[in-house]
Design a binder for this molecule. Structure first.
Ligand code: HEC
Length: 128
């Protein structure tokens, strides 16, 4: 009886080790866990535009819901719509003033139009 248990335990251990060494094994929870964490920290489903905004200098002058140096992103979202995406992307790249006041937005000359548009698309999702 005891011997049987020991053998069972041995088999279980060997089977476990084999799984751990084989990344193809689907059912190994210990291997899957870190993978899930990576997906989480990349925040699956986060808008690409938000990631770009967080990675840029935008948040030193803009907040989502409060005016800072520049207008809040909610104010911007309320003022514009899809048809303005191109124009706003140009404004981010070239900078400029006069729409919200006399303080200019600094240009972001190195930014691609594609990325600038993604940022605007994200900002427009903040419409109240
Ligand atoms: C140095 C401060 C500053 C930084 C950095 C900054 N902005 Fe601005 N932003 C402003 C100001 C000031 C305005 C208002 C300009 C105006 O009145 O025409 C503005 C306006 C805007 C507008 C509205 C433009 C319009 O014509 O109504 C958008 C969209 C915008 N910013 C997005 C961004 C994004 C995205 C970034 C990061 C890549 C960014 N801003 C970085 C200061 C800044």
């Amino acid at each position: 009886m005891n011997r049987g248990l020991v053998i069972l335990a041995l088999i279980a251990t060997v089977a476990c080790n084999k799984k751990a060494a084989d990344p193809q094994t689907e059912s190994n929870v210990m291997l899957e866990e870190p993978v899930i964490k990576v997906v989480d920290s990349a925040a699956a489903g986060k808008h690409a535009g938000l990631a770009l905004i967080e990675g840029g200098d935008c948040l030193s002058c803009h907040k989502v819901d409060t005016k800072l140096v520049g207008p809040s992103y909610q104010e911007v979202a309320d003022k514009y719509n899809e048809a303005d995406i191109d124009q706003l992307a140009t404004k981010i790249i070239d900078g400029g003033k006069g729409v919200w006041g006399e303080i200019p937005m600094t240009p972001h000359a190195g930014m691609s139009r594609e990325n600038a548009k993604k940022m605007v698309e994200y900002i427009l999702t903040l419409k109240k």
